[in-house]
Ligand binder design. Structure first.
Ligand SMILES: Nc1ncnc2c1ncn2[C@@H]1O[C@H](COP(=O)(O)OP(=O)(O)OP(=O)(O)O)[C@@H](O)[C@H]1O
Length: 322
């Protein structure tokens, strides 16, 4: 059996001590195969970012984690800081939501893109040559001149392209993208998505793509995990998720998504999302679920397989026939 590119197994994260002590993630399991694009979708506060950042060993300060987070079979949670730095330089890269918050405004673009290569011992001249090629591959015009420019000279969309170039510099096997287009306008969003998906496929990288936008995840990903209140509630192929959603929360998210082909206006999932810390016993979604029965608030549903989908809903089988 080959090892998976990314395997998160039963990841539980808790803020540990004091008044702030609370659970953040509960038993999150997901995987990404080599070259596969996988979506992680859910409303705000569901735990998508904490899950995604755990793959770089970036857990909230003061938190404790249990379970496993493995890249190519190596456990991130037990890595030393040197091993983590090495992993971030060569194996796993991340693209964040807001490029302006992630790129040092005082440093030239060329230094930003080349910094990982320089730290890995690549001579300055070679690193800048490679940075120029990378900037060209993400569609930055006059890439050589761009090396000497500063972040404030670029628009948000162009700067996100620079961030992608920086993320690709170490030739990663796995790309983590945390809402990489949320801060951009719609046209720029489409351009950045197209660059990202093109380069990902060309380089056969695995990708974990975090978004609250199911439609966007569907345009990019082979499979999708749906998160609610710190837990995975459904996992399926993108096609299966859209044609046969098995969890009422997924159905709610789909109904909330505007569709060109539908004459029905989108309607949001009723109620407000809760974090794991606020979640009542039993199913955390029960209070917002039109299909909830008394049993739903008593037992927390574990994930089960139904027709190739993983679903954590006590009534999932019954609802197929409803
Ligand atoms: N550094 C941190 N310290 C304390 N709590 C945190 C930290 N990061 C996240 N949390 C908490 O963990 C929970 C999950 O947050 P997370 O950012 O992963 O959600 P999300 O699904 O990515 O939401 P959003 O789309 O709003 O970013 C939230 O309740 C949040 O308040």
């Amino acid at each position: 059996m080959t090892t998976r590119l990314l395997e998160i197994e039963n990841l539980t994260v808790r803020l540990a001590a004091g008044k702030a002590a609370r659970p953040i993630l509960d038993g999150v399991s997901l995987h990404v195969e080599r070259g596969e694009a996988v979506g992680l979708v859910g409303e705000s506060g569901s735990g998508k970012s904490v899950t995604c950042r755990s793959v770089l060993g970036l857990l909230p300060e003061g938190s404790r984690a249990s379970g496993g987070v493995r890249v190519d079979g190596e456990d991130i949670l037990t890595m030393s800081s040197t091993q983590l730095r090495d992993l971030r330089r060569r194996g796993v890269s991340m693209i964040f939501q807001d490029p302006r918050a992630s790129i040092n405004p005082m440093r030239r673009i060329g230094d930003f893109v080349a910094e990982g290569m320089r730290a890995g011992g690549v001579p300055q001249k070679d690193a800048l040559k490679r940075a120029e090629e990378l900037l060209e591959s993400v569609g930055i015009r006059e890439p050589r001149a761009a090396l000497r420019r500063y972040p404030h000279e670029f628009s948000g969309g162009m700067l996100q392209r620079v961030m992608i170039a920086g993320a690709l510099a170490g030739g990663p096997r796995l790309l983590l993208a945390d809402e990489p287009t949320t801060a951009l306008d719609v046209t720029t969003q489409a351009e950045v998505v197209s660059i990202l998906t093109g380069l990902r496929a060309e380089r056969d990288m695995g990708m974990l793509f975090v978004t609250h936008d199911l439609e966007l995840a569907a345009a990019i990903c082979d499979r999708i995990y749906v998160m609610y209140a710190g837990r995975i509630v459904e996992a399926q192929s993108t096609e299966g998720l859209f044609s046969r959603p098995r969890h009422p929360y997924t159905s709610g998210l789909l109904a909330a998504t505007p569709r060109l082909e539908s004459d029905q206006p989108p309607h949001g999932v009723p109620g407000r999302p809760v974090s794991l810390a606020e979640a009542p016993s039993g199913c955390a979604f029960a209070a917002r679920c039109a299909h909830a029965r008394p049993g739903c608030t008593e037992h927390e549903p574990g994930p089960r397989e139904i027709d190739g989908a993983q679903v954590a809903c006590l009534r999932a089988e019954e609802l197929i026939h409803d």
